[in-house]
Design a protein. Structure first.
Length: 354
């Protein structure tokens, strides 16, 4: 998710919060003076509405769980994340939550933290190797499958779609891409997919979408793997006279992933058609919940949880709590067997940001 869009004012406010948090986290004593467990949270970036929402929720969740908090921001740079982990170690944190965007390169840092007996929870992403106490994310393969079922249903199993892929150095980008392609081949072989690598870069996504629509004006669907591509996609469709009512024959069906407020508004307005609500609020809550549990010596096993999710064993020694992430549409209908939630549903975190 490498978004720098005109989703503006909300992101600006959250960025300010992130900067204030980062400034305060680098100073002061090296351990909590309140008697509460001290934990570190590295924010992966502050240039998307999704991650800025996560940044907003994190201190709220820390307060609710009785934790003291240190924060850093690695700005999508694994070298900065490694340096931030060293800072946390020097500050005496008892656990660290992080969201490594390069899920292979984080392995040496995880090994160091394991050797120092500092538990780690990863959020949104799963490391390709190495041990962490818990992975907190949603089923990213389901993201791709749900987008496939929605577009396949809307296009009647025929036509052309563009998939604006995320970074394939991330488990999220790989999961969403592979699942979308697999679902299309199995269920909608009459649909041609143009897969475009974007590395979570909104400008790259817009440029590639423009090229595809110029060469193939009969494209009728777009799957963007997160809201990083939202503003650029809408701009390109508008320029080509395709940003029209869903009932118009020229309408291009657009599915996103994240569930940010702007997406929900765009669904209601008919600008895009669906998204998957990735739970920014629950990512913050359960990342810290599992850090506190690790500090308290608790353990977990695969199975259903008490918060509408399922813990799975990804590999030996690695558990993942897969939180609920519903498909969101304007009508709350079922598409290809996938139920959806209406975009104005008050249970969605994107409708509850205040």
């Amino acid at each position: 998710m490498r978004l720098r869009t005109a989703l503006g004012s909300t992101a600006s406010v959250f960025c300010a919060l992130a900067l204030l948090s980062a400034c305060s986290s680098g100073s002061g004593t090296t351990a909590s003076s309140s008697g509460k467990p001290l934990v570190g949270v590295d924010y992966p970036r502050s240039d998307t509405d999704f991650w800025n929402s996560y940044i907003k929720y994190t201190p709220q969740s820390a307060k609710e769980l009785g934790l003291d908090l240190k924060t850093t921001n690695s700005q999508n740079d694994v070298a900065k994340l490694t340096a931030n982990a060293q800072t946390f170690i020097s500050q005496g944190v008892k656990g660290i939550a992080m969201a490594p965007q390069d899920t292979a390169a984080i392995a040496p840092t995880l090994a160091q933290l394991e050797a120092k007996k500092i538990p780690v929870v990863t959020v949104d992403t799963r490391p390709d190797s190495g041990k962490v106490f818990m992975v907190v994310r949603a089923d990213n393969r389901a993201y791709g499958e749900n987008a496939c079922q929605y577009l396949g249903t809307k296009l009647g199993g025929k036509g052309k779609v563009v998939m604006l892929e995320g970074g394939l150095d991330s488990i999220n980008g790989r999961d969403r891409t592979e699942a979308f392609n697999d679902c299309m081949k199995k269920n909608y072989p009459g649909i041609k997919v143009f897969g475009e690598a974007t590395n979570w870069d909104g400008a790259v996504a817009a440029q590639k979408l423009q090229t595809d629509l110029t060469a193939n004006p009969d494209i009728k669907g777009v799957y963007m793997q997160s809201s990083f591509a939202l503003a650029g996609t809408l701009q390109v469709l508008k320029q080509k006279g395709l940003l029209v009512d869903p009932k118009d024959k020229k309408h291009v069906f657009v599915v996103s992933n994240d569930g940010i407020p702007e997406e929900l508004k765009d669904i209601a307005a008919g600008h895009i058609d669906a998204t998957v609500s990735q739970p920014a609020d629950l990512y913050a809550k359960y990342a810290l919940y599992y850090l506190k549990a690790a500090i308290d010596g608790k353990t977990f096993k695969p199975g259903k949880t008490d918060h509408d999710s399922t813990i799975i064993q990804v590999r030996d020694g690695l558990l993942e709590d897969q939180l609920s992430a519903p498909l969101v549409t304007v009508d709350g209908g079922t598409y290809g067997g996938v139920p959806s939630v209406k975009s104005d549903d008050t249970s969605l975190w994107g409708n509850n940001l205040g």
